[in-house]
Design a binder for this molecule. Structure first.
Ligand SMILES: [Zn+2]
Length: 587
C-alpha cells in the first residue's frame, strides 16, 4: 500500500493550530505547575508524575521513560501508527480536513498478513453459510429469535460453522494453503497422525477482531447444548490472537467513547451486540475471563471512563465486584458500576425497557465504593447482629482506602443509614488510613543524574535552541559538543534552520529520528534561568576542557600499563605529556 503524502505546509499548519495540551489532555489528566503541565505518563505505570507538557514549546517529555517530542510523535508512540496516520488523527481532532486519504500503513510481517487473510476468508465463509444457505437456517433462526436484525448480523459478520468437521479444511486445501500455515490458524484440532479437523463444529461464530477491525480469531457458541460441552469455544492463542489483549467490539466502539461518556463493559458478546442494535454502541466485552492489564492499557488509550455493566444476578454481581477490584488497582480509568433491577441482564433490560431507560441506568451508575457497599449488603439481614457487625467491618475497610475525607464522610453516612450506628462511632472504628502514596501534587524527581559536563552540554544546547546569538557564537568558535549525541542534535538544528524561516521546537522535532526527538524534548524541557553572557562563557570554558580531560584520562591508563610492563622509557614520555597537559588545564 502506498503511503499518502500530506503536504508539508499542511503538516505544519495543523501543528500550529492544535494545542498539544488539548490533545494529550484527552488521554492524560494534566495539572498546571509553573510554566508546564504535568501528569502520569501514559506509556507506563507510575504513581508520581514524570510526564510534562510545555504549551509554549508545544512538546511533551517524560523523564522517566525518556519519550518526548511534538504532538505527532505522541500519537505515533502511543498508538503505534505511522507519521501520516498520526497527522490524520491530529487533523481530525482539530476538524481540519485533509485532502488525502491516509491509509493504514503499519506493515505486518508476511506470515501475519497471510494468517489474517485466511481468517478473514473463513469469516466470510461462515457468514455466507449462516445467511445464505439451508445449512445455516437453524442458527439464523436462533439469532433472529434472540432479536438480532439482519443488519446487526451483517455488522458483526456473525456466521455458522456446520456440523461437517472437514469443511474449513477442504476450503483451505482448495486454496492451496500450506499444511503448516493451516495448523497455525487455530481453526483446527489434530489427531495423533497430525490430521486436521475443523475445531468449530455446529456453532454460531463470532469473529474476534482487533482494534482496527482485522479478524484474529473466533468464538463459537454451541447451537444445541450437549452435556459437558462448553457454551463458548475460543480460538487458541496463535501468532495473531492473544485473548489477554483483545476486547470484543473495540473496533466499532472506540469512536463512540467520547460521545457516550466512556466505554461500557459487558459480560458477554450477545449483550454487546444487542445493546449496539439498540443504539448503545460503546459496549465492549472481555474474553470470558476477568479483565487483564493489557486490556485496560488498550482501553486507557481510548477513554478515561469505564462503566461495568454485568448481569444483575449473583454471579454477575460477584464478577462486577472482581472487576471493580482490578480497576481499583490502576489509576488511568475512572470506573463505575451499573446495577440493573431485578437481577436482569443488559440484554433482557434493553428488550424490556428500551435503550433510553438503559442509558438512564448508566447515568445512575454507582461509584466503585457505593457498589462495594451494595455488594457487601447483598443477601445479608442487617437486623441480625452478627451480619451487621460483619458488614460494618468489611464496609469500613473499604471506606478506609479512600483518600479524600469528604469521600469517607459520604460513605460513613451511608453505612450509618444501613446499620443505625451513628457516624462518630463508625469513624472511631475506621481502620487507620494506610500510608498514602503521594499522589499527583508534585512532579517526581528525575532519576537520571548528569555529571557537570553533561549538564553543561544540555544547558548550552537549550540556550542554542532559544537564542540565535548563542548559536552564532558556537558556530563562529567552531565549538564541538564533546558528547556526539548533543553535537548531532546541534547539527540537525543548524540544518533545519538553513531550510526554515520561522523555526520552532515542535516543527523541528518532526525532522528528527525518534531517539533525537526524545533527546530534544528532554533538553528543551529544562527549567533554565535567563541566560547571560557570563553563564555562556562559563559553560564554554568548562566544556572547552573536556578534550584535555579525556586526553589526561587516556594518558593515565597508558601510564598504568607502562608501569605494569615496567617500560621505563614509555613511563618517562607519558608522564611528561601528562604533566604538560595538567599545566595547560590549570592555566
Ligand atoms: Zn514515561
Amino acid at each position: 500500500m502506498r503511503m499518502a503524502m500530506i503536504p508539508e505546509a499542511t503538516v505544519d499548519q495543523i501543528l500550529k493550530t492544535v494545542n498539544i495540551a488539548d490533545y494529550i489532555g484527552q488521554v492524560v489528566q494534566l495539572h498546571k505547575a509553573g510554566q508546564n503541565l504535568f501528569g502520569l505518563c501514559p506509556f507506563h505505570e507510575e504513581k508520581t508524575p514524570s510526564f510534562s507538557v510545555s504549551e509554549s514549546k508545544q512538546i511533551f517529555h517524560c523523564f522517566s521513560c525518556g519519550r518526548g517530542g511534538n504532538v505527532y510523535k505522541f500519537v505515533m508512540d502511543l498508538e503505534n501508527v505511522s507519521f501520516p496516520e498520526a497527522v490524520a488523527k491530529v487533523a481530525a481532532f482539530a476538524n481540519i480536513p485533509l485532502d488525502v486519504q491516509v491509509t493504514q500503513t503499519v506493515q505486518d510481517a508476511p506470515e501475519v498478513t497471510q494468517q489474517k487473510t485466511i481468517l478473514n476468508d473463513v469469516k466470510d465463509l461462515y457468514h455466507h453459510i449462516l445467511v445464505n444457505t439451508k445449512t445455516g437456517e437453524a442458527a439464523l433462526a436462533y439469532l433472529t429469535e434472540r432479536g438480532l436484525s439482519q443488519e446487526t448480523i451483517a455488522t458483526f459478520e456473525l456466521g455458522y460453522a456446520p456440523a461437517d468437521n472437514k469443511l474449513v479444511k477442504a476450503f483451505l486445501d482448495n486454496r492451496k494453503i500450506d499444511y503448516q500455515v493451516q495448523r497455525e490458524t487455530g481453526l483446527f484440532v489434530e489427531n495423533q497422525d497430525g490430521e486436521l479437523f475443523d475445531r468449530f463444529v455446529d456453532r454460531i461464530m463470532f469473529p474476534l477482531k482487533n482494534e482496527v477491525g482485522a479478524v484474529v480469531g473466533f468464538s463459537g457458541r454451541v447451537l444445541q447444548k450437549a452435556d459437558q460441552q462448553a457454551k463458548y469455544l475460543n480460538s487458541p492463542e496463535t501468532t495473531v490472537f492473544n485473548k489477554r489483549d483483545l476486547l470484543f467490539n473495540l473496533d466499532l466502539a472506540k469512536s463512540q467513547f467520547k460521545l457516550a461518556d466512556g466505554a461500557l463493559l459487558f459480560e458477554g458478546f450477545m449483550d454487546v451486540i444487542s445493546a449496539y442494535q439498540a443504539g448503545i454502541k460503546n459496549g465492549i466485552a472481555s474474553m470470558g475471563t476477568s479483565l487483564t492489564n493489557e486490556q485496560l492499557q488498550l482501553l486507557a488509550k481510548r477513554t478515561h471512563q469505564l462503566t461495568v455493566c454485568y448481569d444483575g444476578d449473583a454471579p454477575g454481581l460477584a464478577a462486577a465486584n472482581r472487576a471493580v477490584d482490578i480497576l481499583g488497582e490502576q489509576n488511568r480509568l475512572a470506573s463505575g458500576v451499573v446495577v440493573l433491577p431485578n437481577g436482569q441482564d443488559p440484554d433482557e433490560f434493553i428488550k424490556a425497557s428500551g435503550a433510553e431507560a438503559f442509558k438512564a441506568q448508566v447515568q445512575k451508575r454507582l461509584t466503585p465504593t457505593a457498589f462495594k457497599l451494595f455488594f457487601l449488603k447483598q443477601g445479608q439481614d442487617l437486623t441480625n447482629d452478627e451480619a451487621k457487625l460483619t458488614y460494618i467491618k468489611a464496609s469500613l475497610a473499604t471506606v478506609a482506602k479512600l483518600r479524600q475525607p469528604v469521600e469517607r464522610a459520604v460513605y460513613l453516612q451511608q453505612i450509618a443509614k444501613d446499620t443505625g450506628i451513628n457516624e462518630q462511632t463508625l469513624a472511631q472504628q475506621l481502620p487507620r488510613p494506610q500510608a498514602v502514596v503521594q499522589t499527583s501534587v508534585h512532579m517526581a524527581t528525575p532519576q537520571v543524574k548528569f555529571d557537570r559536563y553533561q549538564r553543561a552540554q544540555r544547558e548550552l544546547l537549550a540556550f542554542v535552541l532559544h537564542d540565535e546569538l548563542v548559536q552564532a557564537r558556537l558556530v563562529n568558535n567552531n565549538f564541538v559538543f564533546p558528547d556526539a549525541r548533543y553535537q548531532d542534535l546541534f547539527n540537525a538544528w543548524l540544518q533545519y534552520l538553513a531550510a526554515n524561516h520561522q523555526p520552532d521546537i515542535a516543527t523541528f522535532s518532526d525532522t528528527l529520528e525518534p531517539d533525537q526527538a526524545n533527546l530534544l524534548a528532554d533538553v528543551s524541557m529544562q527549567n533554565l534561568a535567563p541566560m547571560s553572557d557570563e553563564v555562556i562563557d562559563d559553560l564554554l570554558a568548562l566544556l572547552g576542557t573536556v578534550p584535555l580531560r579525556q586526553q589526561l584520562q587516556s594518558l593515565k591508563t597508558q601510564l598504568a600499563q607502562a608501569q605494569q610492563l615496567n617500560d621505563q622509557e614509555a613511563m618517562r614520555s607519558l608522564s611528561q605529556q601528562y604533566f604538560g597537559l595538567l599545566r595547560q588545564l590549570k592555566a
